[in-house]
Write a protein of this length. Structure first.
Length: 397
């Protein structure tokens, strides 16, 4: 627990802290700073008070015995017996981390009849595969998966646990972290190992205005989630050796939870697989009005592409949030990304610049999107897109 205190003998009521508190939680009342209940103990005021009048008293946590925790683990997410690409992307990074720490790389593979997926993992320099097969794990449920993963971690004590920030991962990781009473850094954009051997977790903070670097010094495992397409998939290696398979037998009936999946209904959406789409056509404010979205949709349909959008388009309510590409939306890396009327602000570029090929359509030759484009079309999208559609239709016919 932490406590924040204003030393009344030192505070001179200058109000500097009031302006600097990012959460608006300080008032000057009768010449003295008063901290409000919503203070997050971020520490900004303590560092900036010229009179050194603010103190945050933090109890130093008693470090758990972290020396017993060894190895880098990746949770392998599978759906209908297909490994999600993000799990392979994490494996690439995990190989690097394990090498730096000189610790083993292990994965957790759970589901029903998932042992056939071991083949897809074998070429990734994994030393151990924890395999848990049970009918109750056929479909993801929070209770069952969190139960199994928490039990495994408690028993085998990994140093690091990485999970993809997919819908499943975003549900599972915090449950597991809470049960283990450890921290979790969600949506990391980079991971590394410090000189002292801690996992250095980088992620945007304060609405993306700063990149925070987070260390977890007192508890284990160090847990992080990473969005799809942030890391590149590793190249399979021919000399990976064969991983040790550790089959975990579950105690009788541990999975009969309070929730039951009755039916899985697939969402019929033009953005259903934005993160896994091969081609994405994205709409920007240059379209001028939601009435013109049909241009992007028609082009996407002809190409078999998913439809995305810039934040300007999402904020204006032209498309739903799950179709936003960029720093505060989805990170994508398709074979082809077509940006229509998108200026190319840095927050958009970080979400799509690793796409293999980028075609940008913009009437402003100075638009920053052209700096990352493989092919730039300087022109009015109301003329260019219909020409592309016409050309594609001819080819198709
Ligand atoms: C913390 C933070 C997080 C953010 N997160 C994201 C994010 O996740 N994703 C994101 O996209 N943005 C994000 N933004 C917003 C970002 O800074 C930009 O404001 C946004 O990307 C702009 O969207 P846009 O390119 O569609 O619009 P604009 O910047 O307005 O660009 C419109 C473009 O269309 C072109 N144009 C206009 N008419 C035509 C025409 N007829 N033909 C061809 N071209 C035309 C113009 O030349 C212009 O380049 C974030 C901002 C902040 C501060
Ligand atoms: S900055 Fe320091 S001295 Fe000034 S009001 Fe805040 S606590 Fe008091
Ligand atoms: S610790 Fe942070 S949130 Fe709390 S009062 Fe100071 S600046 Fe505001």
């Amino acid at each position: 627990m932490a406590k924040i205190v204003v030393d009344q003998n030192r505070c001179n009521g200058c109000g500097k802290c009031v302006k600097l508190c990012p959460f608006n939680q300080i008032k000057v009342v009768e010449g003295l700073a008063r901290i409000e209940i919503g203070c997050t103990m971020c520490g900004v005021c303590q560092e900036s008070c010229p009179a050194k009048a603010i103190f945050i008293e933090r109890e130093t946590p008693t470090p758990a015995d972290i020396s017993n925790y060894q190895g880098v683990w990746v949770f392998i997410e599978q759906q209908q017996n297909r490994i999600k690409p993000v799990s392979l992307e994490l494996l690439g990074k995990a190989q690097e981390l394990a090498q730096k720490l000189d610790q083993e790389l292990a994965v957790v593979l759970m589901g029903d009849n998932v042992s056939k997926l071991i083949e897809d993992l074998a070429s990734h320099k994994i030393q151990k595969i924890y395999l848990i097969e049970a009918e109750g794990l056929k479909r993801y449920t929070t209770e069952a998966y969190a139960y199994v993963l928490t039990s495994l971690v408690s028993q085998y004590k990994p140093n690091i646990l990485l999970i993809g920030a997919t819908n499943t991962g975003r549900d599972l990781a915090p449950r597991v972290a809470a049960r283990l009473r450890v921290g979790l850094t969600a949506d990391c954009t980079d991971l590394d190992i410090t000189e002292e051997g801690y996992l250095l977790q980088t992620r945007p903070a304060f609405g993306g205005n700063i990149m925070a670097q987070i260390l977890c010094k007192y508890t284990r495992p160090q847990m992080a989630t990473v969005r799809p397409n942030v890391f590149k998939k590793p190249v399979p290696s021919l000399d990976s050796g064969s991983p040790e398979i550790i089959k975990i037998e579950l105690p009788l009936n541990p999975l009969s939870g309070r929730t039951k999946i009755v039916e899985v209904v697939k969402e019929v959406s033009e953005a259903a697989n934005l993160e896994e789409a091969n081609i994405i056509v994205s709409a920007g404010r240059g379209l001028g009005s939601p009435d013109h979205l049909y241009l992007v949709r028609d082009l996407a349909q002809l190409l078999g592409a998913a439809v995305g959008g810039s934040r300007a388009v999402i904020d204006a309510g032209w498309l739903p949030h799950h179709q936003q590409v960029g720093q505060s939306g989805k990170t994508v890396a398709p074979e082809l990304y077509i940006a229509c009327g998108i200026s190319g602000a840095i927050q958009h570029l970080v979400g799509m610049q690793t796409s293999k090929r980028i075609i940008a359509i913009n009437k402003d030759p100075e638009a920053p999107i052209f700096k990352v484009a493989t092919l730039g079309i300087v022109g009015d999208l109301f003329k260019v897109i219909p020409l592309l559609i016409e050309g594609l239709k001819k080819i198709k016919n």
